[in-house]
Design a protein around this ligand. Sequence first.
Ligand SMILES: [Zn+2]
Length: 443
Amino acid sequence: MPIHRWSIPTGDFVLRNVRAPACLIDVPTLPARSDGLCDCDVVIIDGRIAEIGRPGSDVGDRACIDGDHGIVLPRLVDLHTHLDKGHIWPRKPNPDGTHWGARTSVMADREASWNAADVYARMDFAIRCAYAHGTAAIRTHIDSLGKQAAISWPVFSEMREKWKGKVDLQAVALFPIDYAVDQPDAFRALVELVARHRGVMGGMTFLGTLPDEKSKTALTALFEAAAANGLDLDFHVDESDAVEARSLSLIADTISKLRFKGKVVAGHCCSLALAPEHEISETIDRVSQSGLTVVSLPMCNMYLMGRTANLTPRWRGVTLVQELAAAGVPVAVASDNTRDPFYAYGDLDLIEVYRESIRILQLDHGSANWPSLVARTPAEVMGLSHGVIKTGASADLMLLRARTFNELNARPQNDRAVLIAGRVIDTVPPDYRELDELLGVTP
Ligand SMILES: [Zn+2]
């Protein structure tokens, strides 16, 4: 029976004739095609992957589903989102589409409306979207300045419990890094709050001027606070087209200088693409020595960067993913914002993020490892076992009708099936109408 009719049995079965990206399975005996896909059969017993073998292998009298050469993926991992901002667009759109417009609009909406019930409802809606699209884990940044931290972090913890077993959630405190220097007492209280909620420390590094002594002091304070509390770090870095945005190498140097043992993620890093060649190679060298992971947010940054009223943008707004990967830097791509002033669109669908990243970053020739961008690499830096298809793991899979990367990237893959522990889940995302009352929208 073809899988697009969704007749997945409820018991044990064998997924016949599917294709898995070689970079997401650890079965060296399976030969990969030239596009990096491996033809295979996947045996699912008691909701777990019992075996990944060559097509046509002897599986006894178990029920079989014919995958008809469709691609099978693990459920995917979204390394950088903003669940606390999500879906406010109908209530507070960006007036001109700029980064500044986004910041001021979000600030105003946060002041006016972000009580616990509001944050909870929008967060839950966003996670339901991600779940329906086949996402296994999400890391979200949480606006953590002033009174908002005490409102949003408990909501996040509640959400993490609610979604346990379906979507693994992590949260990062977001604030300008100068906060650590300007308001040391409030910063210390924030570190305690983040540690109590088992979060990740973060911070926005480029604040409009070249990094200076104050930036160094702030970064050092952040790294020391993270080290003292056993926390990882995840920064918003140089999300700008300004030449002054040069924090990435400073972060890399701080990791090396302090011998920081935790994991560090640098998000955005847009302005690196506009630096002179010698500075690019020097920065990439330092980043690669530091061991940090870079996450690019191509859909959001193409929307925000290079935007000037009545002008066509001159660049794509994305960091140097190909060069960083070539230097051995772990690289991921992620959703970033969804339906808020930083990005008007998006639905936390990592198939969309992957497809758009391939197009925007021109990753459609060369390496066969790019599926790792939304799977193995983000899972590793988040310390999770998701993002790979492996024997013994829960059968958390996504089944596509697409047989090649060309077919995968040509369509939205709305006919995908998503399995958790070998069972099909409902892949219909929630209806926007559910948020009308909360957002004060009248149709
Ligand atoms: Zn972000």
